[in-house]
Design a protein around this ligand. Structure first.
Ligand SMILES: Nc1ncnc2c1ncn2[C@@H]1O[C@H](COP(=O)(O)OP(=O)(O)O)[C@@H](O)[C@H]1O
Ligand SMILES: O=C(CO)[C@@H](O)[C@H](O)COP(=O)(O)O
Length: 471
């Protein structure tokens, strides 16, 4: 059999809530290789559901750090077994679920620097973390720390003007403050704190990778205009925090060459560059080549809506992050926690656990749902803070249930309506030329996307909305 010609490429990694994924992209921007490891399915020994552990209080949500490390081992071995030619990889970068934090124990940098190519990473990094279960973006247990931080800087709006967001429970500064207050020993044994993105980059770099401006904006710690850590915020959260975070860098920085571990074990070229990893939403803004005026909807575990901004407009709802492409610009983001997992629940309850039945329900009902409206928040929502299922019939009376098909449509219409209402609250206007781009797992479902386009046109009346799909 003829050998195929070597294909120079870059690798893109995604350490998201439910899985680790990789794509290889060639010089013509063709994605010619994809692989993934799904935490619940492929690493059942960690006992996660949807990639996380929800604690008894219903508010604390964590993920095991060694699960992420082992997922990387598995995916690299899968690539090797498939004959993937690592020697052609010129550079790699990637994304991580935002806000999650990793606590490297004293001595971990040394372990990272002296990895043996004979062993998988997870066997060598077992003793490297002072917190084994890391807080992730779904956590909402830090309300007390949020109020402390806002009080320390002169209130919610003042914090938003400084860091781009009022205090949010999942934002990393508040998570660090909770760990310092509740587990001071683990905090003092920590030599470095990474975000999921900079943690993943560190695994490839074989030393600590810096936090980038864009993902760093999701911490309530970074002054988004000056791009430096806010001394007032650091001081309010925990002592010696600046040295544990390290200086932040622009999102496009080359942070170094790949660790010799990968050169020896997988035959990566020694010059393979590691470009700073960033948050999954900033990475989507960059990867979807979003332009000013466009709006992107990501339908992953969370649903998010984001756009490119020239000037920051910090408010009490939503977030402003540093832009990952142009450090002079910004991006606005809204995050909805009841995204794909809520859709899966309604699918399981009303559409026989099948996406094709779910699609049939959407096809068999009319846009507008005969006046029936529903808002579904099985877990405490972020935008806005609300919980429960709320259904209203055509007479605007609250009801406790809809027929199955109506329920499915009410969920999808309610989700897109909420996105639109909150985006307009941020000052964003859908105009006749607005492109709405979609990404994330549920964007593969054309019937769900149909609703996105239809709802935009529907609520706009005569405006036509171009729907461009990025699958
Ligand atoms: N055909 C489909 N229709 C609707 N949703 C889907 C479909 N296929 C996958 N999904 C949803 O996509 C989600 C995963 O999306 P993904 O963007 O990969 O998430 P993450 O990056 O957060 O891990 C799953 O939870 C699943 O509900
Ligand atoms: O909290 C946010 C954004 O602020 C989430 O969007 C996380 O970044 C998780 O992303 P997914 O795993 O859903 O892609």
């Amino acid at each position: 059999m003829a050998e195929s010609a070597p294909r120079r490429c870059c690798l893109g990694w995604d350490f998201s809530t439910q899985q680790v994924k990789v794509v290889a992209v060639d010089a013509e921007m063709n994605v010619f290789y994809e692989e993934s490891v799904h935490f619940d399915r492929d690493l059942p020994e960690f006992g996660t559901r949807g990639g996380v552990h929800v604690h008894k209080d219903g508010l604390t949500v964590t993920s095991p750090v060694l699960m992420w490390v082992q997922a990387l081992d598995i995916i690299l071995e899968k690539m090797k077994a498939s004959g993937f030619d690592f020697s052609q990889v010129l550079a790699l970068s990637g994304a991580g679920q935002q806000h999650g934090s990793i606590y490297w124990q004293a001595g971990a940098q040394q372990a990272l620097r002296s990895l043996s190519p004979d062993l998988p990473l997870h066997q060598q990094l077992q003793a490297c973390f002072s917190i084994s279960d890391c807080p992730v973006w779904m956590d909402s247990s830090t309300t007390a720390q949020c109020r402390q931080l806002e009080a320390a800087v002169g209130g919610a709006q003042a914090l938003s003007c400084l860091t781009g967001s009022r205090a949010y429970e999942r934002f990393t500064g508040n998570q660090i403050a909770k760990i310092y207050q509740q587990n001071p020993k683990a905090y003092s044994h920590t030599e470095r704190i990474s975000l999921v993105s900079s943690f993943a980059a560190s695994l490839f770099l074989g030393s600590y990778s810096p936090i980038d401006y864009s993902d760093g904006s999701g911490m309530n710690l970074l002054q988004i205009q000056d791009k430096v850590w806010s001394q007032a915020c650091l001081g309010s959260c925990a002592p010696h925090l600046e040295e544990k975070l390290g200086p932040p860098v622009p999102s496009c920085s080359v942070v170094g060459a790949i660790s010799s571990y990968y050169v020896q074990r997988y035959r990566f070229p020694p010059g393979c560059k590691v470009v700073a990893f960033t948050g999954d939403n900033p990475a989507s803004l960059a990867g979807m080549r979003l332009e000013e005026g466009d709006i992107a909807v990501s339908l992953g575990t969370s649903d998010t809506l984001f756009l490119w901004l020239q000037e920051p407009m910090p408010a009490l709802e939503g977030h402003i992050f540093c832009n990952p492409v142009d450090p002079q610009h910004y991006m606005a983001l809204l995050c909805f926690k009841n995204g794909s997992l809520m859709r899966e629940k309604i699918r399981d309850e009303f559409a026989s656990c099948s996406w094709s039945e779910f699609s049939k329900a959407l096809q068999s009902t009319e846009m507008g749902n005969g006046g029936n409206l529903g808002f579904y928040f099985d877990v405490m929502e972020i935008t806005p803070e609300i919980i429960g299922r709320h259904r209203f019939n055509t007479e605007n009376h609250k009801v406790s249930a809809f027929p199955g098909d109506v329920e499915v449509r009410a969920l999808i219409e309610g989700q897109f309506m909420a996105k639109r209402i909150h985006a307009e609250g941020l000052g964003y206007r859908v105009m006749s030329k607005t492109k709405i781009l979609a990404t994330g797992g549920a964007s593969h479902n054309r019937d769900i996307l149909q609703e996105k386009g239809a709802l935009s046109s529907y609520s706009l009346g005569s405006s036509s909305v171009a729907l461009e799909l990025t699958l």
